[in-house]
Design a protein around this ligand. Sequence first.
Ligand code: NI
Length: 266
Amino acid sequence: MIRPVLIDTHAHLYEDVFIEDRAEMILRMQSAGVAKAFLPNVDDTTIEPLLNLCNRYPELFIPMMGLHPCSVKENWKYSIAIIEKALFTAPTRYAAIGEVGLDYYWDKTFIPMQQEAMILQAEWANELNLPVILHSRNSMDDLILLLSRKIKVNRTGIFHCFTGSLEQAKRIIDMGYYLGIGGVVTFKNANLPEVLKAIGPERLVLETDAPYLSPTPHRGKRNESSFITLVAAKLAEIFEMPFSKIAEITTRNALKIFNQSDLSIE
Ligand code: NI
């Protein structure tokens, strides 16, 4: 039997929490059948570790470039200028613009700047014909409005770590986007399984957001890409489908979004 191939569409594997055992973590990822992981940037300080890791394992890790909404602070114009330079110096290097979006959870001071940064980075996505990786927290309706009224992204994208309502899920899919599903779907009391059951698996991709949001039974501990099998297993349970079918659908979607269909996956 051929082992199902999985893709982690969102993982911060370059972060320092993996410094001690990154090689072992990567072996576990490969043993779990995770063929590739797409790594989103956060701010100007993460570019170097991100690119170092991707350069070391070019078959496994593909970088994405953008400024995270939580990093839109007083000095955001400085950060975004550095990110813009990294992006436009090697535009073919990146599989997407990300992660970008709106986050109203921590600090509401910078909401107008977050929106400005989102619009600017959506313009980059259109200029370079790249998809967008979208972060939203307590801001889903605003992000949907912004992407439907203020700027439309020509290529598709992923609403990363989707935890919204059925109505929001339908709207996102109608707009041509995909939903990134991670550890939250395994949490007790999550209403996400009900929402997903109603929309079906066809517009879903898998993600970990490692080192954050570990699936049950690792909740609260460091997450890693091998744990994505727990997310896929939960989706198999929700949709009453074989694990291999979930792997097939989500991997196909990920390759399509990132325009990687030409890359052979072992
Ligand atoms: Ni993230």
